[in-house]
Ligand binder design. Structure first.
Ligand code: 4NP
Length: 154
């Protein structure tokens, strides 16, 4: 099983989701069976480590994002990944425009799939620290539910 998280820049939200899910899979003893990655629809930050604010907020909760490097999503990803999860509706629209007619990946909005209260992970890039905490709160809750789904699919 392969899971890809996608946001706009691949330096805030999707790297956080990648780090949180990998941590939770390790705790659940599933980390060797499920590959997790992240990408951005944009290419501005390709090759860069996650935003310092994302790294700092994640580290305080025990997630190490420091080894991650930003990459841009490609059409080939639809053949590689089983599940592609977008952080907001704009990301989802961009992914739908890129999606080949044939491709195994199931494409969905991350929070719509796993959270009944809110659909989108808000972009924290231009926000203060509170935005980064909210990103983590939303991603942690949805990731717990994603782990349960993945357990059922193994
Ligand atoms: P992300 O946040 O999509 O969660 O990585 C952003 C990062 C950078 C920019 C926008 C959003 N940017 O415009 O450079």
């Amino acid at each position: 099983m392969r899971v890809l998280f996608v946001c706009l820049g691949n330096i805030c939200r999707s790297p956080t989701a990648e780090g949180v899910l990998r941590h939770k899979l390790r705790e659940a003893g599933m980390v060797d069976q499920i590959e997790v990655a992240s990408a951005g629809t944009g290419d501005w930050h390709v090759g860069k480590a996650p935003d310092k604010r994302s790294q700092a907020a994640a580290k305080l909760r025990g997630y190490d994002l420091s080894a991650q490097r930003a990459q841009q999503v490609t059409r080939a990803d639809f053949a590689t990944y089983d599940l592609i999860l977008a952080m907001d509706n704009s990301n989802l629209r961009n992914l739908k425009a890129l999606q080949p007619a044939k491709g195994k990946a199931e494409l969905d909005l991350f929070l719509r799939r796993y959270d009944s209260e809110i659909d989108e992970v808000p972009d924290p890039y231009y926000d203060g620290d509170q935005g980064f905490e909210q990103v983590l709160d939303l991603i942690e809750r949805a990731s717990d539910r994603l782990v349960i789904e993945l357990k059922g699919r193994l």
